[in-house]
Design a protein around this ligand. Sequence first.
Ligand code: NAI
Length: 400
Amino acid sequence: PAIKILVCGGGNGAHTLAGIAAAIPNVEVRVLTLFADEADKWSKILESNVLVVSITYNNGTTAEILSKPKLVTKDPAIAVPGIDIIFFTVPAFAHQQYFHAILPFLEPNVIIAGLPGQAGFEFQAISTLKNVVDKCAILNCESLPWACRLLEFGKKVQIQGFKESLSTSLIMGHGKYKLPPLELIQKILGERPKLVKTKNYLAVNLMAKSIVHPPIMYGKWCLDWDGEPLKLGAPLFYQGVDDVQADLLSKVSDEVVNTSKKIQEIRPELDMSEVIHIFDWFTINYRDQISDSSNLKMAMRTNKAYNGLLHPTRKENGNLVPDFSYRYITEDVPFGLVVIKGIAEIVGVETPTMDKIINWAQDILGREFLVGSELKGKDLKCTRSPQAFGFKTLEELLNV
Ligand code: NAI
């Protein structure tokens, strides 16, 4: 085959990508999953089944793609050699483990693609893959191309919707690639979403959507909950947003925009125009789905794409309580908000609202990232802030 790709992961996104790519002529798909017994299980299923991707297009029409990845393994020695693209399609907390696993077998001229990379992907990739990374490209998509979910492990996955476009950053490295990296990835994904290259990688990091969940969690469960079981069931997440939660999110987004403006001030030649307020981002990206875009609260409450989505909850002694182990905190704080805070700190921008939320979340996680308003807690290494990898100046960030 002309192109060989490796999909890292074994969840919703990994199944979808593996299924779509394996149906393309001249594309060989391998899957590397390190989690539990996923590799053995999926491998066994593949012996007598094809993988079905059941698609609902945005216009309501449906289709099915049937295909078979070449192999599913937990052994990087089998998975990595000869590969052209390595996709990370797994939650950000699992990335480090994959970087370590692929490192001994990684060759030059490979495209390393975070799909999505989430905030801090480049910092972690560059620090972990030191020896080869300058001969590889690092690409970071702002989100997963689809809303998708696994219906039956190894057998069937469903695409519920396609993103229209995806901001994607690219650090080219000095490798030689079969096609320009974005073009190659677009070929694998198909027509939609359209990958749009950002001017610099910091913009994708600053525009990480992981800023959305923590302010809402904080507003709901720190400021507006008496600690009693939830007798009325799980509350709506987006459609339940109140003035306080919307204001918190708006302030966090202001801090992101301030950070971008400060970077722009220090380095006027950089184009930071892609960093915009979350309210503007919602109204642009969900134009057809929002029925009242008069303010951020209403834009979230009336966004059809969020119909019925609930706060994560769990049962404790038979009672319903909020679930703080869900990725809205465990992933979106150390691999999201803290990364953005780290970039802000490097350029000297104050972030009082982010600090308040991180301070609350770190107590829940039993970690210490912030001390007061400074990122110098003992558990900083468990985050993907630039500081965790030794980046201390804007110069260092821009020279990656
Ligand atoms: P997922 O929730 O399906 O990922 C589960 C997989 O992660 C497992 O199958 C396993 O392979 C791995 N995993 C889980 N726990 C692990 C552990 N303790 N150690 C190592 N590996 C472990 O994730 P999904 O839905 O594929 O999402 C991937 C990324 O895309 C995430 O960052 C998510 O936030 C983002 N995303 C997902 C969307 C969706 O529709 N599924 C939409 C937009 C973004």
